[in-house]
Design a protein around this ligand. Structure first.
Ligand SMILES: O=C(CO)[C@H](O)[C@H](O)COP(=O)(O)O
Length: 228
C-alpha cells in the first residue's frame, strides 16, 4: 500500500453514519473517496458527499456515493482533502490540482477539516510549492504584470500550451515565492483577495483541524488545531 492510500483509508475511518462529508480532490483524496465508496457498498455506510471538483464528482457518482451540492446542505460535518504544503503552524497551500475554489468553499463551510498528506508535504515555511491564484480570464494579463512588478514570479498555468481552465472556467496563475514567513501569510492573503479579477487563492489559513501524515512506519494523526 502506498502512503497516499494509507492516509486515505485512515481518514475514511473518521466518517460515520449520518454524516455530510466534503470530498476533496487530488491523488490522495482519491483513495479516501474509493474507501468511502467501498464502505457505502459493503457496509451500507449512510452518508451524503459534497464534492470539491468535477473529477471527484465523477468518481463519487461511479461509486454510488449519494451526493448533494454545497448549496443543498445546511452544513458539512467533515471535509477530508489533500494539501500541497503544510507549515509547522498548520497553514497550507492547496490548489495544485486547480480545485482550490470549490475546495475552499467546502472547507470554510465544514465543522471539521482533515488533511491527508504524505510526509513530503510537511515544511517549516510555505512557499517552495508555487501558490496558485485563480483569476478570471478578463484582465489576467494585467494581474500577471502586477505580480511580476511585485517580484512574485508569476506563471500562467498551461496545459498543451493553452491556459488551463478551472471547473469555473477561470485561469490559474502560480506565484513562486520560495519561502513565506508565517507572519506574512495573512497580509498576502488579504492583498490577493482585494485584487479585482482574483477569484480565490491557495492559501488555506486557520482551516485545518487535523492532519493525517503518511509515514513509512504507519499513519500519524497530528493536530487538532483550533481555528483562528
Ligand atoms: O489542492 C488540491 C487540488 O486542488 C489537492 O488536494 C492538492 O494538490 C494535493 O494533491 P495530491 O494529493 O494529488 O498531492
Amino acid at each position: 500500500m502506498n502512503l497516499k492510500q494509507m492516509v486515505g483509508i485512515e481518514a475514511a475511518k473518521h466518517v460515520t453514519d449520518g454524516m455530510i462529508v466534503g470530498l476533496g480532490t487530488g491523488s490522495t483524496a482519491y483513495y479516501m473517496v474509493e474507501e468511502l465508496g467501498r464502505r457505502v457498498k459493503e457496509e451500507q455506510l449512510d452518508i451524503i458527499g459534497v464534492t470539491t471538483s468535477n473529477a471527484t464528482e465523477q468518481q463519487a457518482r461511479a461509486l454510488n456515493i449519494p451526493l448533494k451540492s454545497v448549496d443543498e446542505v445546511s452544513h458539512v460535518d467533515l471535509t477530508i482533502d489533500g494539501a500541497d504544503e503544510i507549515s509547522s503552524n498548520f497553514q497550507g497551500i492547496k490548489g495544485g490540482g486547480a480545485a482550490l475554489l470549490f475546495e475552499k468553499i467546502v472547507a470554510s463551510n465544514s465543522n471539521k477539516n482533515i488533511w491527508i498528506v504524505d510526509e513530503s508535504k510537511l515544511v517549516e515555511n510555505l512557499g517552495a510549492f508555487p501558490l496558485p491564484v485563480e483569476v478570471i480570464p478578463y484582465g489576467s494579463q494585467q494581474l500577471l504584470n502586477l505580480f511580476e512588478e511585485n517580484e512574485l514570479q508569476p506563471k500562467l498555468r498551461l496545459i498543451d500550451g493553452e491556459s488551463i481552465k478551472t471547473d469555473s472556467g477561470n485561469y490559474i496563475i502560480d506565484l513562486h515565492l520560495e519561502s513565506i514567513d508565517d507572519s506574512a501569510l495573512k497580509p498576502l492573503s488579504s492583498w490577493l483577495n482585494a485584487l479585482p479579477g482574483v477569484v480565490e487563492h491557495g492559501l488555506f489559513l486557520d482551516i485545518v483541524d487535523t492532519v493525517i501524515v503518511g509515514r513509512e512506519k504507519g499513519p500519524e494523526t497530528i493536530g487538532a488545531i483550533r481555528r483562528g
